[in-house]
Ligand binder design. Sequence first.
Ligand code: NAD
Length: 283
Amino acid sequence: MSAILIDGKETAARIREEVKAKANELLERGIPVTLAVVMVGDNPASAVYVRNKQKACDEVGILSVTHHLEEATSEEALLKLVHDLNEDDNINGILVQLPLPEHINEKKILLAIDPDKDVDGFHPMNVGRLCTGEEGFVSCTPAGIIELLQRYEIATEGKECVIIGRSNIVGKPMIQLMLKENATVTVCHSKTKNLQEVCARADILIAALGKERFVKQDFVKEGAVVIDVGINRDENNKLCGDVDFETVKEKASYITPVPGGVGPMTIAMLLKNCCIAGERQHR
Ligand code: NAD
């Protein structure tokens, strides 16, 4: 058996089309959806991410305003900018590109963002809202995984879902989201014993540990749905996921490739969150 490929690229393109229509509808209602992107310093990877986000905004008709601050910017100056953006009614979403330089306390900055403009969903208030089932913003990558499962009509209710990884950005929000989808959730991490055995119980296995091709065929139950969040480079500098795709696809029922699986969903969900922010702020 060979698994059905979950095409994140195509799904993300569809979501971007939906967002484009929504952004246009909001514009016609006098709400030009606007995202403020803040970047401090010249981390080359961050520069690429910021450019990609700007480009994605442009393509769907979301305005983006980038504040590129120099590496030596003080925490105080960055906090002041965040406060100004919070107060600015023309700004619907605020995104502070991480990582920040070492002299800036990342948590303090994220905490300063107005939770209702926190389109990344990293603010503790939004994390809490997710846990208690209230309206908020959800971290884009795990939210994208839920979209993929839903759009491929993959049943989640009563299913055994095993998540590998407990990061604040992926693993932890994924737990809450899968609970909300009525799955029975187990979360594994670097201290988990018998990882392979636990994974082999999963109807839905979500790998977010950041270790190239770590999940081998033996980790996967016949017919399981396998979602690969990892973005790694192998010894040949080739992009690969946390799952050994070539062997696992022979055993899984559905699988996300890397690249082209979960990855493209993240920005699509960010764009979607920007429209949601714009709409909520004007109701
Ligand atoms: P992280 O490094 O913050 O967390 C990794 C987690 O995996 C930790 O909780 C750790 O306990 C667990 N872990 C590490 N080694 C393990 C092992 N041997 N066995 C079991 N658990 C183990 O990572 P993150 O930020 O959640 O990212 C995970 C991966 O997903 C990375 O490859 C990252 O590049 C990728 N990622 C992709 C997207 C996307 O848009 N597709 C977004 C975020 C992260």
